[in-house]
Design a protein around this ligand. Structure first.
Ligand SMILES: *[C@@H]1O[C@H](CO)[C@@H](O)[C@H](O)[C@H]1NC(C)=O
Ligand SMILES: *[C@@H]1O[C@H](CO)[C@@H](O)[C@H](O)[C@H]1NC(C)=O
Ligand SMILES: *[C@@H]1O[C@H](CO)[C@@H](O)[C@H](O)[C@H]1NC(C)=O
Ligand SMILES: *[C@@H]1O[C@H](CO)[C@@H](O)[C@H](O)[C@H]1NC(C)=O
Ligand SMILES: *[C@@H]1O[C@H](CO)[C@@H](O)[C@H](O)[C@H]1NC(C)=O
Length: 475
């Protein structure tokens, strides 16, 4: 699949507002190893904060300045990334090791300063050596404050966050996946789903009061799983995606890929006569090719009244569940598709390298970090900074000009859906379509999916999924 996105090299913010009250928020994170049993079966080493996994959510308000004091108590370097923050003018706070900073050495500290100019649903996670997959990840909510410009009123908010968990640490899973002599998918592809930090089979209930509207923040912090969320017996209205407010869209089901976020509004029933259940179905990318393993469904309770019976929701009332397709969402600011200055193709592929490993590539290059962070190179090379070669042969750098609108046509000729994230920006999704690239493993019984174009103002987000065998276009 391929997809087209458009984005402007300067960041666009929905609205810059300064609430009457702004605060300095201090968060102390001592990152270290913790022994935990998260799946009910295996006790293993995880990476946590202040001796804990899961790490409690960080909550602040637009206009606040968050001081994240990070101390590294690991025996290896670390860094953290606030996923979705544009870091307009504060690029050095973005976090990826050897892109915007040198990682924090063992025993040392670093303070990330986030001036919050966006609101919505974000997450903060390790951005060195995939430490997020071993537990270094937390939900990050930025509230609108008292002077919310938005039309969405709600009584209370709830967070539902999802993780995946495996017996093996990430380094082991990655080594097995890259080893061409090991079976693919590797057996630990089938991990355990965690919901709000708990094994999915032991998820804690959500409590609803009648006649209320809840805003539910949905965050997928997993490393592989995509998560389908439904609340049978309740209507779901999507109002935010990846920190971008949207016109409300009613759906039954939302498929949330790794790193994606949504806010939904749910209006409760007008009596407390029944309780309900919510349905979280987890899909590992590998599952469609491993019959019998997919998907895993976890049911949680929605409690109105401890003494009330559960209402069974007959599927027959709704034979076809309406699943969210993000190209149908409209941003609340109504910004039209940007005029394109230049267009670039990105082709995903996978191949065996001279080192004997199977690795993924973009435009035939597998990423390898440069010894000097790219931001430092950009700031020290003078006019040569516009030459992509100076960033290292395998950094695969693309140099954009300030305020330029670039269209990326992203092709996914593989048989696995693939999420793509862009730091520092939200991009417009303008088209989903069938890619014209070669599909050596194309499933012949599959018909090409229809091409979908954004109508009117395209949705903006920071993480999108390019489905298998397709191309998507973003600006
Ligand atoms: C980024 O910051 C600059 C300087 O403060 C400001 O002029 C510009 O409007 C900001 N960009 C966006 C998209 O908010
Ligand atoms: C959900 O929407 C349908 C159709 O608009 C409506 O009939 C129903 O009452 C709504 N359910 C709830 C719980 O609000
Ligand atoms: C919910 O609102 C309806 C309509 O206003 C009212 O009849 C009902 O008593 C309310 N339910 C509760 C539990 O307050
Ligand atoms: C849970 O949701 C999935 C869709 O993601 C659906 O196929 C399944 O039937 C649902 N299960 C229950 C028990 O509602
Ligand atoms: C990648 O490699 C393939 C096969 O060697 C070649 O056909 C293709 O043009 C290359 N693509 C790019 C973007 O270099």
């Amino acid at each position: 699949m391929c997809m087209i996105m458009r984005f402007i090299a300067l960041f666009f913010l929905l609205i810059l507002l300064q609430p009457a009250q702004t605060a300095d928020v201090f968060v102390d994170w001592d990152i270290g190893y913790v022994m935990v049993n998260r799946d009910g079966v295996n006790t293993r080493r995880a990476i946590g904060v202040n001796g804990k996994v899961p790490i409690p959510p960080v909550v602040a308000t637009i206009g606040d300045t968050v001081y994240m004091n990070v101390h590294n108590s690991l025996d290896k370097p670390t860094s953290i990334h606030a996923h979705g923050l544009f870091q307009n003018g504060t690029n050095a706070m973005d976090g990826p090791a050897f892109v915007t900073q040198c990682p924090i050495p063992p025993g040392k500290s670093f303070t990330y300063i986030y001036k919050l100019m966006q609101s919505g649903t974000f997450w903060i996670h390790g951005h060195t050596s995939h430490q997020n997959s071993d537990g270094l990840r937390a939900v990050f909510i930025v509230r609108d404050g008292h002077q919310s410009p938005y039309k969405y009123k709600y009584d209370e908010s709830i967070i539902l966050y999802f993780e995946d968990w495996y017996k093996e640490e990430f380094a082991q899973r990655a080594a097995d996946t890259m080893d061409p002599n090991k079976p693919f998918p590797p057996p630990h592809g089938y991990g355990t789903g965690l919901i709000n930090g708990y094994n999915g089979n032991e998820v804690k209930p959500i409590h609803f009061k009648p006649n209320k509207t809840y805003r539910i923040h949905l965050v997928n912090m997993g490393s592989l799983y995509s998560v389908k969320v439904s609340l049978p017996g309740h209507n779901i209205s999507v109002v935010e995606v990846d920190g971008i407010y949207t016109e409300p869209l009613e759906v039954d089901l939302i498929d949330i890929a790794t790193a994606q976020r949504y806010s939904i509004l749910v209006k409760t029933h007008d009596t407390a006569d029944f309780n309900y259940r919510f349905n979280i179905t987890m899909h590992v990318d590998f599952f469609p090719y491993s019959p019998g393993k997919s998907p895993i469904t976890y049911m949680g309770d929605i409690i109105y009244n401890d003494d009330a019976p559960f209402k069974s929701i007959p599927q027959v009332n709704k034979p076809l569940l309406v699943e969210l397709n993000d190209i149908y969402l409209r941003p609340l600011d109504g910004e039209p598709a940007l005029p394109v200055d230049r267009s670039m193709e990105i082709v995903l592929s996978n191949g065996k390298f001279s080192n004997g490993l199977n690795l993924d590539m973009l435009n035939n290059i597998t990423y390898k970090e440069s010894p000097v962070p790219s931001l430092y190179t950009a700031l020290s090379m003078g006019s040569l900074a516009m030459n992509s070669q100076v960033y290292g042969p395998q950094s695969n750098a693309v140099v954009l000009r300030h305020n330029e609108v670039t269209e990326f046509v992203i092709h996914n000729p593989s048989n696995l859906p693939h999420p793509f994230h862009m730091h520092g920006h939200a991009f417009q999704i303008t088209e989903y379509g069938f890619s014209n690239k070669d599909y050596p493993q194309s499933p012949s019984p599959c018909l090409p999916p229809p091409t979908l174009y954004a109508q009117g103002a395209p949705i903006k987000r920071d993480t999108l999924v390019v489905p298998a065998f397709r191309k998507d276009i973003i600006d």
